[in-house]
Design a protein around this ligand. Structure first.
Ligand code: GLA
Length: 368
């Protein structure tokens, strides 16, 4: 589906730029692997078959010092118990579906409610809790890993056998390109994202409130007290959600503004500007003044969720045993809008039987 490839994985680990190791075994005996992709610039990305999860992103700062900028765990066990979605591939439907319910082709589909009265990130056992099949699809130019997963008809309440492929390519410009493709044998809904939490100073280095974000979004989808879109599309102008200029995440996060209070910080879907052709465009830029690290996010998707790690509470031990306090990582989740199946005016997340869903997101690192 991304051009020619064979079904066998004979040469799965023969490329020297990808190293494979066993990550661990789940309690029910499923083995998960960890693949490490390295480029010629010293950047390294590790991805597990457990949840097609990005476990590590090592990038240099302006002095050339490399740090892991992704929150996560040292071992598989951490990911098995994880509730924060660190680095995970999220599906079948990223973000929330109100009341765990939607109607498609006249049928009402009921989903498990795993977030109050709503379905969050695919339900009780989302794509992040399954073992994916990995295949080395590297080219001479770049190491690349393709992950596939078949989500069965009725899994977590969703209709259709959905075949999903996510391809990760680590380029020499220090960009990680993620290509998503999915097809179903029955009409369904789909919304896929990656849920990496970034701390550009390095994971475990305190909070991200001093790190800056710029969004190419002049509008957002306001939410209610359950973090469900009201259906309105509102301007960010004159609000603390205006990130048209690069602004520290913490500069206005505690402002007396209803949308921030409802979400306990930033946890909003922004409507990306000017992308009628759905080409990959610059959606967001983040900058850490201390280390000089810059992250640019390019996507074909219509929306992006800026989440400021409000639900992290310092109880979970991450890499190296570090407890991640509140707001110690931020997410830039490229996506279709939350709860779209219940909002006919939002860009559709319906996927017709036999058709392909495709999207692309690139995380590009540099320094300034
Ligand atoms: C998304 C949601 C948040 C939260 C995190 C996971 O960003 O919008 O509300 O659920 O995932 O903790």
């Amino acid at each position: 589906m991304f051009g020619q490839h064979r079904e066998t994985s004979r040469k799965a680990v023969s490329n020297p730029k990808i190293e494979k190791q066993v990550f661990g075994k789940t309690a029910d005996g499923r083995e998960a692997d960890l693949y490490t992709l390295k480029n010629a610039k010293g950047m390294e990305v590790a991805i597990s078959t457990y949840g097609a999860t990005i476990v590590r992103i090592k990038v240099p700062d302006r002095q050339g010092k490399t740090e892991d900028v992704a929150l996560g765990y040292d071992s598989l066990e951490g990911y098995v118990h994880d509730k924060a979605y660190f680095g995970a591939t999220v599906g079948r439907y990223a973000n929330r579906i109100a009341h765990g319910k939607f109607t498609l082709d006249g049928h009402v589909y009921m989903l498990p409610k795993n977030n109050g009265d709503n379905t969050l990130h695919g339900g009780t056992v989302g794509f992040n809790k399954h073992i994916w099949t990995a295949k080395d699809v590297s080219t001479p130019a770049a190491p690349a890993l393709q992950m596939s997963y078949l989500s069965k008809n009725g899994e977590e309440g969703f209709p259709g056998n959905l075949s999903v492929e996510v391809r990760f390519t680590l380029n020499n410009d220090n960009s990680l390109k993620i290509e998503y493709a999915a097809t179903s044998d029955k009409d369904t809904v789909v919304n896929l994202t990656n849920h990496s939490y970034f701390n550009l100073a390095g994971q475990g280095h305190g909070d991200i409130l001093g790190q800056e974000v710029q969004l190419h979004a002049s509008r957002f989808t306001p939410i209610d007290a359950n973090l469900i879109p009201t259906g309105e599309i509102a301007s960010v102008k004159d609000t603390p959600l205006d990130f048209s200029k690069s602004t520290a995440i913490g500069a206005r996060i505690n402002a007396d503004y209803e949308q921030l209070k409802l979400a306990h910080g930033y946890d909003h879907n922004f409507v990306l500007d000017g992308n009628p052709m759905r080409k990959e465009v610059l959606a967001a830029r983040a900058f850490d003044p201390g280390s000089g690290r810059v992250l640019e996010v390019f996507t074909t998707q219509p929306g992006i969720q800026l989440y400021s790690g409000n639900f992290l509470d310092g109880t979970v031990a991450g890499k190296g045993g570090v407890k991640y306090p509140r707001r110690s990582g931020f997410c830039l989740e490229t996506q279709h809008f939350p709860d779209s199946p219940n909002h006919p005016k939002f860009p559709t997340t319906e996927l017709k039987a036999g058709r392909w869903f495709r999207s692309t997101t690139t995380y590009k690192f540099s320094t300034q």
